[in-house]
Design a protein around this ligand. Structure first.
Ligand code: ADP
Ligand code: MG
Length: 735
């Protein structure tokens, strides 16, 4: 075993900055090596003399603020021995919250140093006491003194590190200063190839580290950040490009089109014609399935664009060629729906061996966690014997219990975060790598697709099938129109009287229970003004006692019902035995009930843009125009209402995905294990840095094309290795 971390970077901090500082950095920030501290980048930079607006400081969080001392006074404590120093600092902006009262206990240095007029940086937790802002025993550093000796220093931005209460920003800064002087950057391998560094005029690694930590100007800090962003993007994209190349070199069983078989008979039986996009993507898939290398493809398309049909045709081609096809859905409800609708769509073709079934046909089986007992044994047997050509299920399909006869194609439906590792787990279920098709609805931002699914080739379905009715979306602001609260249900009744069905979506199940603890959206019980959020349970009760809805058959659906109950409710709604379904977002993806024309989303401001867009895609699917009402209790002018306006203003998923990006935080978009490696992105912003990611993707493709083994790029190869296996590095260092 060799130490992967190059020695210059692996050197323990103790040997660089002294034992005492090293201990502090390790204890409170987990930083142990030279690389750890070098890569601990400032969160932002403060301009000296530019005062932090105090009114904007978050309460009860560790903050660093630059302020000027207004007054200072020391007094003896009455009850105990010792002194208190009261210091008032200001941002000079005026107004009610333009000053903070600092309290120091027995702080002789503070009493001496913090004289009126002094400019300093303070760190601590700001809280309120008797309507004024206070900061107790903050750590501080004076800012004025350096400039007396060095006129340039006055212009230099002050780096602000993600500090904890125990290690103030400036302590990190001084440790970094010492560190930068002692690292020999000539001995630090640079993952960015020299020709690219020259082409883009990137800082050398040493200059980049110096400028990201101790910049002379804001511009140089930004330039340093750009270099590290590009570096990250290149490492990630090269890793993905290499995966693509490796996957393409693997051998798979070719599943060529078989004339006169199931696929052709199915096509002949279709009651509609394929859209141009469906035909085009279909041809791509047909050709890739016929090759003896595995297909690895992402199919993106608007909700309702007919992705499932494209997938089904690919599945039939594989079955015709003697293989099996598995369809993996994110939830039991959706798996059940796929199972029902595929059997309906295929008719006798999916009933081989059954009475009235087609002798040449195939068989579909459903395998989810709730298929148990003899039904499960039968399903497993059909899968192992090859009787079942189409296998539909949830993650249960991945378990060791499932033995496939000859798995030729895996289709993954609607899983935005089905990253590299999950796909590997799936692929390992077959003897030879099966063909893979991942389907996802827009809006999924381009760069997220490039990152999470960067190792896949991409196809897009841009048009919706003809005859798809438009969905009109309206925001209903209850704050300014309280009467609309009842009008909504009259509207629902009109739909139901016309023989249609209605979805009502709520942000939570009951009191204190959110649907999904890992949900991206906030799921507090109350909104910001303390009003309770609509829950499924409370809404069902309220609607059941509403005179206008008397006689309406109401169903309930949420994630905590047991799976059988869920499927039964979904089936009842699909078959028209329920008029109105009150649910959480479990109906979000893929559910297809043609007769549903109205969707009421309660407290719609609690949902994200893409979630709302997905949700409303559930109505207007059967050629009947759909309506979606986004109900909110928020006051006009509340920023969250912008999201609702955005969704109401367009049905273009691509436009919405751009809007979505502006309003979301990074971590929400990219989970830590989704980026192709186990580490999270440090500086790279999937949204803002789209041009950087695209450039890196082109560069990575060129590098891999010319040198798939990265033999000429040992530094880059090393960086990829470290990126993909950070824990290996940690292990080696300790050993
Ligand atoms: P997606 O999975 O992309 O959201 P689906 O595959 O569920 O979309 O398709 C939505 C509906 O449109 C289904 O009921 C499907 O039968 C129907 N459909 C698919 N392709 C066509 C087509 N070419 N013409 C008419 N209807 C279609
Ligand atoms: Mg679908």
């Amino acid at each position: 075993m060799t130490d992967r971390q190059p020695p210059e970077l692996a050197l323990p901090l103790e040997r660089r900055v002294g034992k005492r500082t090293a201990n502090v950095l390790e204890k409170h920030l987990g930083l142990r090596t030279t690389a750890d501290l070098l890569n601990y980048f400032p969160r932002k930079y403060l301009k000296r003399g530019e005062l932090t607006p105090i009114a904007d400081l978050p309460m009860d969080e560790d903050v660093t603020l630059v302020a000027r001392v207004l007054s200072s006074r020391s007094r003896q404590m009455r009850a105990r021995k010792g002194s208190i120093t009261d210091v008032v600092v200001t941002d000079g902006l005026g107004g009610r919250h333009s000053s903070v009262a600092l309290t120091f206990f027995n702080a002789y240095r503070a009493a001496k140093e913090l004289t009126p007029g002094t400019l300093a940086m303070f760190a601590g937790k700001v809280s309120t006491y008797r309507d004024s802002l206070t900061l107790t025993n903050p750590e501080y550093v004076l800012l004025g003194d350096e400039s007396e000796f060095d006129a340039d220093a006055a212009r230099r931005p002050v780096p602000v590190y993600p500090a904890t209460a125990k290690v103030a920003s400036w302590r990190i800064r001084s440790a970094v200063e010492v560190l930068l002087d002692s690292v020999d950057f000539d001995r630090v391998p640079d993952p960015v190839p020299a020709d690219i560094a020259i082409r883009d005029r990137l800082y050398s690694l040493g200059d980049a580290y110096r400028n990201i930590h101790l910049p002379d100007e804001f511009e140089t800090a930004l330039k340093a950040q750009d270099r590290f962003r590009y570096q990250e993007a290149l490492i990630l994209q090269t890793a993905l490009a290499r995966r693509r190349a490796q996957a393409a070199a693997e051998e798979a069983t070719a599943r060529p089109h078989k004339p006169g078989a199931l696929l052709e008979r199915f096509d002949a039986s279709l009651p509609f014609t394929l859209t141009a996009g469906q035909r085009e993507v279909g041809e791509t898939l047909a050709a890739e399935l016929a090759a003896d290398h595995p297909m690895n493809r992402l199919l993106q398309g608007e909700v309702g664009s007919g992705k499932t049909l494209v997938a089904l045709r690919a599945m039939l081609q594989v079955i015709d060629a003697g293989g099996q096809a598995a369809l993996l859905a994110p939830t039991e409800v959706l798996a059940g729906q796929h199972y029902d609708s595929i059997r309906r769509t295929l008719g006798p073709l999916a009933e081989a061996g059954m009475l009235g079934g087609d002798a040449e046909g195939t068989r579909a089986v459903l395998l989810t966690g709730s298929v148990t007992g003899s039904a499960r044994r039968k399903a497993l047997l059909d899968i192992a014997s090859g009787e079942a050509g189409i296998i539909i299920g949830t993650h249960a399909l991945l378990s060791d219990e499932v033995q496939y006869f000859d798995l030729g194609l895996i289709v993954v439906d609607e899983q935005h975060r089905f990253g590299v590792e999950q796909r590997d787990a799936l692929r390992s279920r077959a003897v030879r790598p099966p063909h893979l098709l991942v389907m996802t609805a827009t809006p999924i931002p381009r760069t997220v697709a490039m990152t999470v699914f960067g190792d896949l080739e991409t196809s897009v379905l841009r048009e919706l099938p003809a005859g798809r009715a438009p969905i009109s979306t309206h925001m209903v602001g209850l704050a300014e129109h309280p009467a609309w609260g009842t009008r909504i249900w009259e509207r629902a009744k009109e739909e139901i009287d016309a023989g249609r069905q209605v979805y009502v979506v709520c942000p939570k199940i009951g009191d204190g229970e959110s649907e999904d603890p890992a949900s991206l959206e906030p799921t507090a019980d109350d909104d910001e003004e303390g009003r309770p959020l609509a829950s499924v349970q409370q809404t069902v009760q309220a609607l059941a006692s509403l005179p206008v809805l008397s006689g309406v058959r109401i169903g309930t659906l949420h994630g905590r019902l047991d799976p059988e109950e869920k499927s039964a409710t979904m089936a009842a709604f699909a078959e028209g035995r329920l008029d109105l379904l009150v649910s959480t977002t479990v109906i979000e993806v893929g559910v297809d009930v043609h007769n549903a024309t109205l969707m009421v989303i309660q407290d719609a401001d609690r949902f994200g843009i893409s979630q709302l867009h997905q949700l409303r895609g559930r109505v207007g699917r059967g050629g009947l125009p759909g309506t979606c009402l986004l109900v909110t209790q928020l006051e006009p002018g509340h920023p969250s209402r912008d999201r609702l306006q955005a969704v109401a203003s367009t049905t273009d998923g691509f436009a919405l995905s751009q809007e979505d990006l502006k309003l979301r935080r990074e971590g929400d978009i990219l989970g830590s294990t989704q980026s192709g490696g186990k580490s999270t992105l440090k500086l790279l912003r999937v949204i803002k840095d789209e041009p950087i990611i695209e450039q890196a993707r082109r560069d990575a493709a060129a590098i891999i094309e010319h040198d798939a083994q990265l033999g000429d790029y040992p530094e880059l190869a090393e960086a990829i290795e470290l990126y993909l296996n950070p824990e290996k590095e940690a292990f080696l260092e300790r050993g």
